[in-house]
Design a protein around this ligand. Structure first.
Ligand code: FPP
Length: 249
């Protein structure tokens, strides 16, 4: 039997928790198949893991987490799955928002707003805006997110501003580029977690993950509970980070 996640919490150094964690929530479909249920059943089970993640973020006062909920490539899935996922996202936000607000959590979406129904995005914003002044953990739901798209949009937006305000934007620098990413204002990723055994980034935060520690687990996302999350945090704290230099930082 698994240990209690609280036994792992006491092994964590609260001073060295990652400032920004990215989670690639993978394996919902396989989990559903294993349980002989439709794929959407797996996504619903995944939504329960999201709730656990948020609860642990509150318990540990984590700063920011970005959840890869819907990629720019996910539109290519069967229409019934796309529709089901869109419905589930809104449903879950509605259902959880009051509790999340009570816990002082701030939730917002990041991703491209191009080619997404503006009414749908408005519904999401209207729901999430209740939490936008909260000061606890920040949960970024990456929706219609693709890192390559993000980088292209950042350069295009920067270019537009550089044309109209060349004094403020004389040259493309690291800082002025980052200002135009969806993650503007956020620290880079310290840790990326991917569930289900796949070991790739799949167009997730390619810029922001430059020096992130990568943690891959065989656990399918619906089984990714607080224990598994704490385990990943403990593993993170055991890693030696060098950021390209020789000495530990
Ligand atoms: C990947 O599993 C998962 C997704 C594409 C969707 C993730 C969405 C949720 C967990 C819903 C709730 C989320 C929030 C933030 C409210 P997969 O379908 O690729 O699994 P497979 O590789 O086993 O087929």
């Amino acid at each position: 039997m698994k240990q209690d996640y609280r036994d792992l919490i006491i092994e964590l150094d609260p001073q060295r928790l990652p400032q920004h964690i990215g989670i690639i929530m993978d394996g919902n479909g396989r989990w559903a198949k294993l349980h002989r249920r439709p794929r959407l059943y797996g996504h619903r089970a995944g939504a329960r893991s999201v709730r656990n993640i948020i609860e642990l973020a509150v318990e540990l006062s984590l700063k920011s987490i970005t959840l890869y909920a819907f990629s720019t490539e996910n539109w290519n899935r069967p229409q019934s799955e796309v529709d089901g996922l869109l419905k589930l996202l809104i449903e879950m936000m509605h259902k959880e928002i009051n509790e999340v607000h009570r816990q002082n959590v701030k939730i917002r979406t990041i991703g491209s707003r191009r080619n997404v129904n503006p009414d749908y995005m408005k519904k999401i914003d209207d729901t999430l805006s209740l939490t936008w002044d909260n000061t606890g953990p920040l949960i970024n739901v990456a929706f219609n997110y693709g890192s390559q798209q993000e980088i292209i949009e950042a350069i295009m937006n920067w270019h537009q501003k550089a044309n109209t305000d060349p004094e403020r934007y004389p040259a493309l620098t690291f800082a002025s580029f980052e200002e135009h990413l969806f993650t503007a204002g956020l620290p880079p990723l310290d840790l990326v977690i991917r569930t289900s055994g796949e070991q790739r980034l799949s167009n997730f935060m390619l810029w922001q993950a430059a020096y992130a520690e990568l943690y891959f687990t065989e656990t399918l996302f619906p089984d990714f509970d607080k224990y598994e999350f704490c385990f990943a945090l403990r593993e993170f704290q055991e890693r030696k980070r060098r950021f390209g230099a020789l000495k530990d930082k």
